[in-house]
Ligand binder design. Structure first.
Ligand SMILES: Nc1ncnc2c1ncn2[C@@H]1O[C@H](COP(=O)(O)OP(=O)(O)OP(=O)(O)O)[C@@H](O)[C@H]1O
Length: 578
C-alpha cells in the first residue's frame, strides 16, 4: 500500500529523482574518497615531511569536499522538493475524492478522521519520502563502499567491521522494536485527545449548561495522561539509543586503535591507513544507524498509507452517469415515483412508496412529525443520497441519468441546518452566483427579510462571517441561506424547515416576498408549522416514512386524520400560549 502510493505519487518527479540519485552517488563517492586521501596525506606527506604532496593532496581534498557539499545540498533540495510536491498532490487527491463523496460516505468516515488523514497521515508519508530520498540511496552505498574501502586500507582489521556492524544493527533494532507498539498507542492517544477537545469545543454550551465541566476535565485528563505516559515511554527508549550508539562507536574506535597500533608496530600497516580505516568504520556504522532509523519510520507510514488508500479507494455511492441526459431548459418539475429509501446498514427503509409531483409555479409543502423522513426525502432530489427504490424525476428526467452539475445547478437547497462559510456576507451570497451585483444581493436580502440586520452589521455586505456562520443567530443564518439560494435563481427551491427559527410575522412577510420571485419556479417547502404551509397549492402529509394524505389544506382537513391531528395539536399549543 505504502509502496503503491509512493510510486504513484512520485511518478511525475522521476526526472528530478534520477538527478537526485546521481547527486547522492557523487556525494557519497566523494565522502568515501576523503578518508583515504587523508590517510595518504599522513603516510606520504606528514610522515615523509613532503610539504608539496601535502599541498597538492590537500587541494585535491578541498575540491572533493566542495563536490561532496554541493552534491549533498542539491540532492537534499531535490528530495525536499519532491517530498513536498508528493504531499501537495496527495492532499489534492484526497480533497478531490472527498469532494465527490455523497452524504453516505461522508457520514461513514466522519469529518475528523478525513481531516487527520489529509493532514497528519500525509505528513507521515511525506516525511518518510524525504528521509528515504536523503538516506535510502546514500546509506547502502556508504555501507558497501565503506566496507570495500576499509578492506582496501587493511584486510587484517576487517573482522572489527564484522563484529561492530551486526552489534550496532541488533542493538538499535532491539530498542526500535520495543518502540513500535508504543507509536501505535501514541497515535491512538493523539486521536483520543483530539476527539475530546473537539467535542469540548463544539459542545461547550451543553457542557456548561449541564455543569459537566468537571466530568469533561476528568475525561481530558485521562486521555492526556495516557498520551503523556506513552510519550514518556518512547522518550525513555529514545534516550537509550544515543548512549548505545556512542558506546559501540567509541568501543569500536578503541578497538581499531588497539589492534591497529599493534599492526603498525609490526609494520603491517601505516598510520594513515589506520586513520582511514577508523573513518570508514564510522561511516559504515553511521549508515547502519540511518538505515535502522529509516526502517523505524516505515511501519508508521504504512498505517498512514492504509488510511489514505481507504479514502482514495472509496467510490462515491452516487455515480455520475456515463452518458448524461441533458435536462430541458427552463422551468423544471419534480416528481417522485414510488420512492423507497433505506439508510446504509438500516434494516427498515425510512421512506416507502412515496409518490407526488411538484410542478413549476406551485408551492408543494411536506409536513409530518419529527423523524417522519421529510429531510431525507428532500435530500434525494439533489442526489445527496440515491433512492433505493423507485425514482426521482427532475424536468421529466431521472436524476440518476443527468450530470450531477446539471442537477445541482437547477436546484436551490436551503438545508435545515444551513452552513455559512468563513468570509463576508457578500462572499457567502455569491456562492449562489459569482457575478451577482451588490444590488442583486441587497434585493435577495430584502426578500429573505435579512436586509435590516445586514445593514446594521459593521461593513454591511462586507461584514465578517465566522466559520459555519457562528457569529450570527440561528434565524439570521437561515435568512442568509435563503438569500443565498435566491441569488442563484434556481428553477427548483427546496426549503428544509427553513422558516422554523423565524417568528410568525417574519415568516409571513418572507413568504409574501418570496411569492413573486418564485412565481415560475417549483417550490418544495418542508415545515413543522401548519401556518407556514396553509396557503400551499399542494400539501403532502408524511407519517413514518409513508404518504398518508395529499391535497390542499381544506381538502386534507376533510380527508386526512393525521393532518387534522397536527392542526389540532398546534391550535391547542397556540391557545395554551395565548
Ligand atoms: N444519516 C442517517 N443515518 C441513519 N439514519 C438516519 C440518518 N439521518 C436520519 N436518519 C433516520 O431517518 C429518519 C428520518 O429522519 P429525517 O431527518 O428525514 O426526519 P425529519 O422528518 O426531517 O425530522 P425533523 O422534522 O426532526 O427534521 C429518522 O428516524 C432518523 O433517525
Amino acid at each position: 500500500m505504502l509502496l503503491r502510493i509512493i510510486r504513484e505519487q512520485l511518478r511525475p518527479y522521476r526526472g528530478s529523482i534520477a538527478l537526485l540519485i546521481a547527486l547522492q552517488l557523487a556525494g557519497t563517492i566523494a565522502s568515501l574518497y576523503l578518508p583515504s586521501l587523508n590517510g595518504r596525506i599522513i603516510d606520504q606527506g606528514v610522515a615523509r615531511g613532503d610539504t608539496g604532496y601535502i599541498m597538492s593532496a590537500g587541494g585535491w581534498m578541498l575540491a572533493v569536499s566542495l563536490i561532496q557539499i554541493a552534491a549533498t545540498v542539491a540532492a537534499t533540495y531535490l528530495g525536499a522538493r519532491a517530498a513536498a510536491s508528493l504531499g501537495r498532490d496527495l492532499r489534492g487527491r484526497i480533497f478531490e475524492r472527498v469532494g465527490d463523496f455523497s452524504a453516505q460516505e461522508l457520514s461513514r468516515f466522519g469529518a475528523p478522521t478525513l481531516i487527520s488523514r489529509n493532514t497528519n497521515d500525509v505528513t507521515q508519508i511525506q516525511t518518510l519520502v524525504f528521509m528515504g530520498l536523503a538516506m535510502m540511496v546514500s546509506a547502502p552505498i556508504m555501507m558497501v563502499g565503506g566496507i570495500v574501502m576499509a578492506l582496501r586500507e587493511d584486510v587484517g582489521l576487517s573482522w572489527l567491521v564484522a563484529v561492530a556492524v551486526p552489534l550496532l544493527a541488533v542493538s538499535v533494532a532491539l530498542v526500535v522494536r520495543r518502540m513500535l507498539p508504543q507509536f501505535h498507542v501514541m497515535q491512538e492517544s493523539v486521536d483520543w485527545v483530539n476527539r475530546i477537545l473537539r467535542e469540548q469545543i463544539t459542545g461547550i454550551r451543553v457542557v456548561r449548561a449541564f455543569v459537566r465541566e468537571d466530568h469533561e476535565r476528568e475525561r481530558f485528563a485521562e486521555a492526556n495522561t495516557q498520551y503523556t505516559g506513552t510519550a514518556l515511554a518512547v522518550g525513555r527508549l529514545q534516550a537509550l539509543v544515543f548512549p548505545i550508539v556512542m558506546l559501540i562507536f567509541n568501543v569500536s574506535t578503541v578497538a581499531v586503535l588497539w589492534f591497529g597500533a599493534h599492526r603498525v608496530e609490526d609494520g603491517q600497516m601505516q598510520i594513515g591507513a589506520l586513520t582511514a580505516f577508523m573513518a570508514y568504520l564510522m561511516q559504515i556504522l553511521m549508515s547502519v544507524m540511518m538505515a535502522t532509523f529509516m526502517s523505524m519510520m516505515i511501519p508508521r507510514a504504512s498505517v498512514s498509507a492504509g488510511r489514505i488508500a481507504e479514502v482514495l479507494d472509496t467510490e462515491s455511492s452516487v455515480h455520475a452517469p456515463v452518458a448524461p441526459v441533458r435536462l430541458p431548459e427552463g422551468a423544471a418539475s419534480v416528481e417522485l415515483r414510488g420512492v423507497e429509501f433505506a439508510y446504509p446498514g438500516a434494516d427498515v427503509p425510512v421512506l416507502q412508496g412515496i409518490s407526488f409531483a411538484a410542478s413549476p409555479g406551485r408551492t408543494t409543502a411536506i409536513i409530518g412529525s419529527t423523524g417522519a423522513g421529510k429531510s431525507t426525502l428532500l435530500s434525494l432530489i439533489p442526489r445527496l443520497y440515491d433512492v433505493t427504490g423507485g425514482s426521482v424525476l427532475l424536468a421529466g428526467v431521472d436524476v440518476r441519468d443527468a450530470a450531477l452539475e446539471d442537477v445541482w445547478s437547477r436546484i436551490g437547497l436551503v438545508p435545515q441546518k444551513p452552513y455559512l462559510f468563513t468570509g463576508t456576507v457578500a462572499s457567502n451570497l455569491r456562492y449562489g452566483d459569482e457575478d451577482a451585483t451588490d444590488d442583486e444581493l441587497w434585493e435577495a436580502l430584502r426578500i429573505a427579510q435579512a436586509e435590516d440586520f445586514v445593514r446594521v452589521m459593521p461593513g454591511g455586505l462586507e461584514a465578517h462571517i465566522a466559520q459555519g456562520g457562528t457569529n450570527v443567530s440561528g434565524g439570521q443564518r437561515q435568512r442568509l441561506a435563503i438569500a443565498r439560494a435566491l441569488v442563484a435563481k434556481p428553477d427548483v427551491y427546496l426549503f428544509d424547515d427553513s422558516f422554523s427559527a423565524l417568528d410568525l410575522s417574519t415568516d409571513a412577510r418572507l413568504r409574501a416576498a418570496l411569492a413573486p420571485v418564485t412565481r415560475d419556479a417549483t417550490v418544495i417547502v418542508v415545515a413543522q408549522r401548519v401556518s407556514t404551509i396553509v396557503d400551499a397549492d399542494h400539501i403532502v402529509v408524511l407519517e413514518d416514512g409513508a404518504v398518508v394524505g395529499q391535497g390542499t389544506h381544506d381538502q386534507l382537513l376533510e380527508t386526512c386524520p393525521t393532518y387534522v391531528e397536527i392542526v389540532e395539536s398546534q391550535k391547542s399549543a397556540e391557545e395554551a400560549s395565548a
